[in-house]
Design a protein around this ligand. Structure first.
Ligand SMILES: [Zn+2]
Length: 707
């Protein structure tokens, strides 16, 4: 989706994961594992015997839990990180691959859904056909830009580019960076029942503004490499070296100026800063150089009650740029955006050059992932709810859904108890908090009805054409919502996704079927394991409704302050403790790299709160079974220990320094080591589990606690 709603995700960058680790072992079957897809790795399963007993859990719990796994699981060359969830990622992708392969062979008897996913697959895998077509699929688009005669025509060209690519971003692209600006339908912040138009800053092709404006050596060098990459890409579409060099300079000049005008990502975390309502007349005045009426007509935007302009300063600056720079330079800029966005669906030379910069240089990935995986990722993005149906049938039985729902309800009860017992919150705010908690809708596994893709034309002839069709469908689907009632059943993740989110404007928590699998969730495991890995995630998402962003929305999803001033102050003090704790050096990302605790504060608070709720909910469940947290389980570990070990195991990761560095500047989540060690060091309950004493590293003198 184009515009960042305030979706609060669980995971670090969901870049593509690839290739098979060697250690994968299957110790217990998952639901449906009897039909293991061919080529898929065996899934990983929690095993407390993986701990490194030569280390002290009170010194570094992450290393204690993960170092053996980390040594045994180096990062494959076509990956930028490798985690205990990576085999699941591959398992899920192999299910999708089998589904699409079967659909591509099925001839005349295929259903409408099978025709789409089968032909998408066939077109994507047809490398020789794509090679033979060369730049032909791109030529009409290049001609269209070349034919522009005057600046007022730019608006129509932008609308066209948004149709082509705004709904279909290559993995790893920053979704907020549509050419020139972003446009979509979006729930109104002040009236959650209504959808209005939102116009967002955009214009860049690097991950965020920092890449253009930071002046340290590493950033300057990266920007230089970017310029060379742009030049090479222009040469690949037929420009001379000299022309391509000057065109690259023109692109970098414009993107740098747009980056300077963008609101930074810490300021954007506060919805008040982006909730700027304007009338159409005001927008016309803000940037008269963009023919807004022509743009809105071209994207078929229904009339909007008002327009949310996330960053008026950005549009003021863009207006100046449009006035100052000649049409030819803007045509070069548009050509660049067209080429770089179309490249993944064209010839090997373009695919490789783009990979070389965006993945090898920026993320440290040594090799591109195999083609079939790229086809799976893009089909999941473009036709996700068509493909997802088969995934759910195969991997997500009703028992999994029922047991997950039981955990969700247990966590919700724990949160209610927690709110009621808070000493720092007044009764008036508690009452509102509980209304909000009770208003949360739980969505588990997959949507209640499947998206209808019947208007998306998919053929076997053109991979780029299919992506453009799917993008236009997705872009128009969001734009068409403007002025209509909100569709509360909408999901923004597909069923096979290994992730979860809280949506404050719908007030829903969402757990796709893809994450409710080993090593996160497993029917064969006892509660201590599932609560450590999965209920902690449920708790994480639930507390997002009450973190420094989520707490600003009410039970209906309206941006409304329901906190007393005193409670808000108390909350901010506790939030500051977390932000200060996580503002720390990140040696994993290289010397001098420091995490900004203000950027990650919401996620860190959710990590800390989620594990508390999960532990209390587990304690209550065990009590029902006549057990306690400190009873020993079947393998000699106490349930309390198994809970923390399972929590840590679910986060074991190897990460390349390049991607760690990228994550520290762009990602709202902390790196896995902090998601374990900082969290447990704030918890006396952890110290109790492993007998840790004051003065040891995992016992923090100034422990933070919000929930
Ligand atoms: Zn989160």
């Amino acid at each position: 989706m184009l515009i960042p709603r305030f979706l609060l995700y669980l995971l670090l960058l969901t870049l593509p994961l690839t290739a098979l680790g060697q250690n994968a072992t299957l110790t217990a079957p998952l639901a449906g594992a009897d039909d293991q897809p061919k080529g898929a790795p065996k899934l990983e399963h929690f095993d407390p015997n993986l701990v490194d007993r030569s280390l002290n859990p009170c010194d570094d719990f992450y290393k204690y839990s993960c170092s053996k796994w980390m040594t045994a699981n180096p990062i494959p060359s076509d990956e930028v990180f490798w985690t205990t969830g990576s085999t699941l990622e591959l398992w899920n992708e192999n299910v999708l691959r089998e589904t699409m392969e079967a659909a591509s062979n099925n001839g005349a008897t295929r259903s409408a859904v099978q025709q789409k996913i089968g032909d998408y697959w066939a077109a994507c895998m047809n490398e020789s056909g794509i090679e033979a077509a060369g730049l032909k699929p791109l030529q009409p688009e290049l001609d269209r830009i070349a034919a522009l005669q005057s600046k007022p025509e730019i608006a129509l060209a932008i609308a066209h580019l948004h149709h082509l690519f705004a709904g279909a971003w290559e993995q790893g692209d920053n979704q907020t960076n549509a050419p020139f600006f972003g446009f979509t339908g979006q729930q109104d912040y002040d009236d959650a029942a209504k959808v209005v138009a939102q116009i967002d800053q955009g214009g860049l092709s690097l991950p965020n503004r920092d890449y253009y404006i930071k002046t340290d050596d590493k950033s300057v060098e990266t920007l230089k490499k970017f310029r060379t990459h742009v030049q090479k890409m222009f040469m690949l579409v037929g420009e001379t070296e000299a022309q391509a060099g000057s065109d690259a300079g023109a692109v970098v000049e414009l993107e740098t100026a747009m980056a300077q005008a963008q609101m930074d990502n810490v300021k954007r975390r506060d919805p008040k800063n982006i909730n700027n309502k304007m009338s159409l007349a005001q927008i016309r005045e803000l940037t008269p150089s963009i023919e807004w009426d022509a743009y809105l007509k071209a994207v078929k935007a229904p009339a909007s009650d008002h327009y949310i302009v996330t960053s008026p300063d950005f549009f003021r600056a863009e207006e100046k740029l449009l006035e100052q720079h000649p049409l030819e330079q803007w045509k070069t800029y548009m050509r660049w955006h067209l080429i770089v966005r179309a490249a993944p669906y064209l010839t090997k030379a373009l695919v490789d050059e783009r990979f070389d910069f965006f993945y090898r240089t920026l993320a440290g990935q040594e090799q591109n992932e195999p083609r079939w995986r790229r086809c799976v990722h893009n089909a999941d993005r473009d036709l996700g709810e068509a493909l997802g149906q088969a995934y759910v049938d195969r991997a997500f039985p009703p028992e999994s859904k029922a047991r997950t729902l039981e955990m969700v309800h247990a966590i919700e009860r724990a949160m209610q108890d927690d709110i009621e017992s808070l000493t720092w919150m007044t009764p008036a705010t508690k009452e509102q908090a509980i209304i909000k908690l009770k208003g949360i809708e739980d969505k588990i596994g997959y949507p209640s009805h499947w998206r209808d893709y019947s208007s998306v034309k998919i053929t076997r002839d053109s991979y780029l054409g299919n992506v453009e069709q799917a993008s236009a469908f997705e872009f128009e689907r969001w734009v068409a919502k403007i002025g209509k009632p909100v569709d509360r059943s909408e999901w923004t993740m597909t069923p096979p996704t290994i992730n979860a989110y809280y949506d404050p404007q719908l007030n829903t928590i969402n757990f796709p079927a893809g994450i409710l699998q080993p090593p996160y969730f497993e029917m064969a495991m006892d509660d201590s394991v599932n609560y450590g890995a999965t209920a902690s995630v449920i708790g994480h998402e639930l507390t997002h409704g009450f973190d420094d962003q989520g707490r600003k929305f009410d039970a209906h999803g309206n941006l409304r302050d329901w906190w007393t001033a005193e409670d808000a102050k108390q909350y901010d003090q506790r939030g500051k403790c977390i932000a200060d704790e996580y503002t720390e050096d990140v040696p994993e990302a290289g010397p001098g790299v420091r995490q900004n605790g203000l950027l990650t504060q919401g996620e860190d608070t959710a990590d800390n709160g989620g594990i508390y709720l999960a532990l209390y909910a587990l304690e209550a469940e065990l009590k029902k079974q006549g057990k306690s947290l400190d009873d020993k389980g079947p393998d000699g570990w106490t349930y309390r220990q198994r809970f923390f070990l399972s929590f840590a195991y679910s986060w074991c990761s190897n990460i390349r320094p390049e991607i760690a560095r990228l994550a520290v500047t762009t990602d709202v989540h902390s790196l896995p080591i902090f998601r374990i060690d900082n969290v447990v060091s704030n918890m006396p309950e952890f110290a109790k589990a492993f007998g840790c004493k004051a003065g040891q590293k995992m016992v923090r003198a100034n422990a933070c606690r919000v929930w």
